[in-house]
Design a protein around this ligand. Structure first.
Ligand SMILES: [Zn+2]
Length: 593
């Protein structure tokens, strides 16, 4: 791919020369665009097949789209042999966690992500309920209201666009505090008012995190009341459900009941079935979603999976069937059910602290309290029992990989599966885990391989499935190059295109792009993004479908993907051929519905 910058004088001279030679074949004035992406296979984001076309960009918008556009760009990007798609929208992102530290958002731009949807899992940066006169950044970059958040983003000028949900856990924290009791009628009224205000100020939905505090203290009725303001705007209730393993079906039903009660769309965040004994529940989950939607398209995909063994060996035919099953419902068409969709990151492992394998009650108080309880005869045996049961749920000690050991003497354990590593050292895995925690003063990370690869294929391929990262923003240099993050923050979108589209053929390229662009855009009420069409905001990614892939691993997450050739954010080239522009062109995206 080459990028050339032609002088205005040369362009004008050429136009005059052509005019003189063959006047009837040219326009009276050859318009020059700011940028033209030439000769790529253009995917519109709606799921249609790619077509060869040029994309012209002017004033941050797509100005023209068609075959062999004659007018030139001040910057030209040769995209022959490449896919040209709407910039990716990460429907469930924690990228705002480091945005004020490092607004370059390197790991996002390098994946082709141009918009992140934050305020997830019940927690958002606004509102805070503070009555102070603070109108800009507050400590920890939390904001009194959404207006202040948009203002701060405007002066920060991050490299990607930011839309945000309002977190129902944050709202509960403001009105009730971190207290485990039902809300009173008066408190529900005040919380509902805060949700209403956040939506009026441009929040793109409401999120809950029912495995976290204080979100977990909310009852179903409280959630229904707080979601009612979403109905008129057709914005979604996004939920990190109350459970994702043994009680995942009950949790799906609760989510459906909340959205039905409030009559709003439902977005199940990072849908998964944790633990081998729960993997078989995916058919039922899909069936419940199918029923909730009033019997629309969902079940065909679940059935198609059980067809002939030949078909399941050849992913391409599965992709074809899932395409056939994905007759999309036009936006706004009335259905008897509710509008349900979900998202998922393309990894079968979650990442957390090793201490999270241990029961919640044993971790109350300080780290020292926790480490003491591990040895205390009054508690040690009960902790062991519950921990071993939790490990059995995710399929045994070899599904626990040690990642990020603070204690230097234990460095050999890093990246090892706990079961095998304990055996090698003639130790019992539980004692090994306790020893690592005690020597590391509680500071030991783990990766839990608890999810099914086949289920992941099906969740990504399902017509109601979208792609998310659930990750933060990182860089291989600067302040966000620290810790041991899950690779999803650096690899999710290229990984879907490389591993799940090209290699596993779980879904087609056009479908994958749809799940990263127009589908999530419509979910959060972003009318002018997520599609490549005239008048749309010029967020574009150019990538090589034959090489695009993630590089970040659990062992070494700080590696950027390959095959992402160029990224354009609001008409400005942010990345080309591995070179980042110093100009940042992202903005806050208040949603007006
Ligand atoms: Zn979550």
């Amino acid at each position: 791919m080459t990028i050339s910058r032609r002088s205005f004088v040369l362009g004008a001279g050429t136009t005059l020369a052509v005019l003189a030679g063959t006047p009837r074949l040219v326009l009276p004035w050859r318009r020059r665009y700011a940028l033209v992406i030439r000769g790529g296979t253009v995917f519109d984001g709606l799921g249609g097949p790619g077509v060869e076309a040029d994309v012209a960009i002017e004033n941050g918008r797509i100005a023209a789209l068609g075959r062999k556009l004659r007018d030139e760009g001040a910057i030209e990007i040769d995209a022959r042999g490449m896919a040209v798609a709407p910039g990716f929208i990460d429907i469930h992102s924690h990228g705002d966690g480091s945005l004020w530290e490092d607004p370059r958002a390197e790991s996002l731009v390098r994946q082709g992500v141009t918009t992140i949807v934050v305020g997830q899992d019940g927690s958002s940066r606004a509102p805070t309920g503070a009555s102070s006169a603070a109108d800009g950044d507050e400590e920890g970059h939390r904001f009194q209201n959404f207006g202040a958040l948009w203002q701060s983003l405007q002066s920060l000028r991050p490299a990607v666009n930011v839309a945000s949900m309002v977190g129902l856990g944050s709202i509960r924290g403001i009105v009730i505090g971190n207290v485990n009791r039902p809300a009173t009628a008066d408190e529900i009224a005040r919380m509902t008012q805060l949700v209403e205000q956040a939506l009026a100020d441009g929040a793109c939905g409401a999120s809950s995190g029912l495995e976290y505090t204080p979100g977990a203290f909310a009852t179903r009725d409280e959630l229904i009341a707080l979601c009612k303001p979403l109905a008129a705007r057709r914005l979604a209730y996004a939920t990190h459900m109350r459970n994702e393993d043994d009680h995942v079906l009950e949790a799906v039903d609760e989510s459906i009941a909340v959205a039905s009660g409030a009559n709003c769309p439902l977005q199940i965040s990072h849908l998964k079935t944790e633990g081998p004994r729960n993997w078989g529940k995916l058919d039922e989950i899909f069936a419940h979603i199918h029923r909730a939607r009033g019997g629309l398209d969902a079940e065909k995909t679940a059935e198609s999976h059980k067809e002939s063994p030949r078909a399941s060996k050849h992913g391409s035919s599965r992709a074809a069937r899932s395409r056939a099953a994905s007759k999309r419902v036009p936006e706004g068409e009335a259905t008897p059910g509710i509008d349900v969709a979900f998202d998922r990151y393309p990894y079968i492992a979650y990442q957390t602290g090793l201490s999270n394998l241990f029961p919640v009650w044993s971790r109350a108080g300080s780290i020292e309290d926790f480490l003491k309880r591990l040895d205390d005869p009054a508690t040690a045996e009960k902790i062991r029992e519950e921990t071993v049961a939790k490990v059995a749920l995710i399929g045994g000690w070899d599904n626990v990989e040690i990642s990020g050991v603070a204690n230097y003497a234990d460095a050999a354990a890093d990246g090892k599966r706990l079961g095998s590593f304990a055996k090698l050292n003639r130790m019992e895995p539980y004692s090994m885990a306790v020893g690592l925690l005690q020597r590391g003063k509680g500071n030991v990370g783990m990766v839990g391989f608890a999810m099914s690869e086949q289920n992941l294929d099906r969740i990504l391929a399902h017509p109601r499935g979208m792609v998310c990262s659930d990750g933060g923003a990182y860089a291989t240099d600067g302040p966000t190059h620290k810790g041991h993050p899950h690779p999803r923050g650096l690899g999710s979108f290229p990984r879907v295109l490389g591993r799940y589209v090209r290699e596993r053929k779980a879904l087609t390229l056009a479908d994958a792009i749809h799940k990263m662009s127009a589908f999530p855009a419509s979910r959060i009420g972003l009318a002018d993004r997520g599609r490549l069409a005239p008048e749309m905001a010029a967020d574009v990614v150019v990538f090589d479908p034959s090489t695009v892939d993630d590089k970040a691993t659990y062992e070494n997450p700080f590696q950027y993907p390959v095959g992402i050739k160029a990224v354009v954010v609001n008409g400005v080239v942010a990345l080309r051929e591995n070179q980042r522009s110093t100009e940042r062109s992202g903005e806050g995206l208040p949603v007006r519905t």
